[in-house]
Design a protein around this ligand. Structure first.
Ligand SMILES: Cc1ncc(COP(=O)(O)O)c(C=O)c1O
Length: 452
């Protein structure tokens, strides 16, 4: 908890912002009440109850970097569907490709020509030669873990403390005083994750080597930088050590680029010269149409093919999905990669990310807050600590839920949507400098309200 913020003042400010939210969102309130009659907790999926207001705003439409709610209010969207809409909402070129393909058939469980173009493009961007498609990054991770286990005949995987890789059972585990535990809130876990998983702190080479030395770890599943407990960047040389040790102990390295694609068109893998055995990615690849994929090296591909060939049938082997690789997803992916998330778009988005963090830094300094701001490509984030955390454990300890709810609601009431769960903002090709400056102004206002 941040010690410099006066908690009674914070509570009073929060009351005021909550009242303002309720006064300005009657239609969303009404729909939320209706939703409760047919939807669990009134919303179509559980995270939608987690926004900072007493109920979520219901969306009427979204275009570019903005969306409008059912009460007629328009927002600059820095959450962008938690990266699912990093392309900006409804980019015309993708919408046209989606409409064309939808009219020609959406799913046939047969390959379409677009799959070849997309496979080649993924190889060009990320440097791995062979690709497979699915619908979510969660599935890309699940399928990759299965292949790594099958090939290595090892039972475990390794992840970082407070990582997030989707709803993958093996990854929902944390460290508590150095001991491995099932993560708080791990609902209906099939087995104790200690049976399937080793957990270490990010940036801790010694812990990593100790865990890999058991030689029972099929793969390390790693984000290049942690992004789901806030942005935690790797220390200088950490990735070289990670690669050296995984090779030394016969463990595959899976890099999950689902969020770190914000570092550039080939993600952090290309930006930082990483050499994974597998790579997984989902979310923005198809401008919001469900689509994900996983790539692998030549050596892995040979062994994966051998493993699949040896199985009596592959349709019930745990890697698949009836709608995986469907024609609609692939047409949307092709249009997105060819025309939306281009090299030039990333240059502009990253410059906007710098503008966003510069604006936040000014707001922090001018108001004497002991906060810090961090950036990874076109993704920015502020921390309620003076020094950015180096590990997931430090990042979790720096969390200040009460304060974050206030800064989010304050921004929302002034037309700015941040990513829930942390203080993150993402730039899209449709985001403009004025949008970023609008956030800078609101952030300064937040800081003034807290310190006045
Ligand atoms: C790094 C990372 N990997 C995988 C996922 C899972 O994505 P999805 O929920 O689309 O399956 C997420 C979701 O936030 C993520 O942040």
């Amino acid at each position: 908890m941040n010690s410099t913020v006066d908690r009674s003042k914070l509570a009073e400010l929060m009351r005021r912002e909550t009242q303002r939210f309720v006064d300005e969102h009657p239609k969303s309130a009404e729909l939320f009440e209706q939703g409760k009659r047919s939807l669990l907790a009134g919303v179509p999926m559980p995270w939608m109850t987690q926004w900072a207001g007493p109920y979520p705003v219901f969306v009427a439409g979204a275009e570019g970097a903005r969306f409008t709610d059912v009460d007629g209010r328009t927002y600059v969207d820095f959450c962008l569907g938690d990266t699912g809409a990093m392309t900006g909402h409804a980019p015309k070129v993708a919408v046209d490709a989606i409409a064309r393909q939808a009219a020609k058939g959406i799913t046939t469980m047969l390959p379409s020509e677009d799959s070849i173009w997309v496979g080649r493009e993924m190889a060009r961007r990320f440097g791995l030669p062979y690709w497979q498609f699915c619908l979510t990054a969660t599935d890309a991770n699940r399928f990759t873990i299965r292949l790594a286990r099958e090939i290595t005949k090892r039972p475990k995987i390794l992840v970082y403390n407070w990582c997030y890789h989707g709803s993958v059972d093996e990854t929902i585990s944390t460290l508590e005083d150095g001991a491995q535990r099932t993560r708080p809130g791990n609902i209906g876990a099939p087995v104790d994750p200690a049976l399937t998983t080793r957990v270490v702190e990010f940036n801790d080479v010694e812990q990593l080597e100790k865990a890999l030395a058991h030689e029972d770890v099929a793969c390390v599943l790693a984000e290049p930088a942690l992004t789901n407990i806030g942005i935690v960047l790797p220390d200088e040389g950490y990735h070289e050590e990670l690669r050296r040790l995984t090779r030394r102990y016969g463990t595959y390295l899976v890099i999950d680029e689902t969020h770190c694609i914000c570092a550039g068109p080939g993600g952090a893998t290309r930006a930082w010269g990483l050499e994974p055995d597998f790579l997984t990615i989902g979310k923005p690849l198809a401008s919001g149409v469900p689509a994900a994929c996983y790539g692998m090296s030549e050596e892995v591909a040979v062994r994966a093919n051998a493993a699949m060939d040896a199985a009596p049938t592959t349709d019930v082997g745990g890697v698949g999905g009836t709608l995986s690789g469907n024609a609609l997803s692939l047409a949307a992916m092709r249009a997105t990669l060819e025309h939306v998330l281009t090299d030039e778009a990333f240059d502009r988005m990253i410059a906007l990310g710098e503008r966003w963090t510069d604006g936040v830094k000014r707001g922090i300094e001018e108001n004497g807050l002991d906060w810090e701001v961090q950036r990874l490509g076109c993704r920015g984030e502020y921390w309620f600590t003076r020094t950015p955390p180096r590990t997931g454990g430090e990042a979790a300890a720096a969390d200040d839920h009460e304060l974050a709810r206030f800064t989010h609601l304050f921004a929302l009431n002034r037309g700015i949507l941040l990513t829930p769960f942390h203080n993150m903002a993402l730039m899209s090709p449709a985001t403009a400098e004025d949008d970023v400056d609008a956030h800078t102004e609101v952030f300064a206002e937040t800081a003034e309200a807290l310190t006045a």
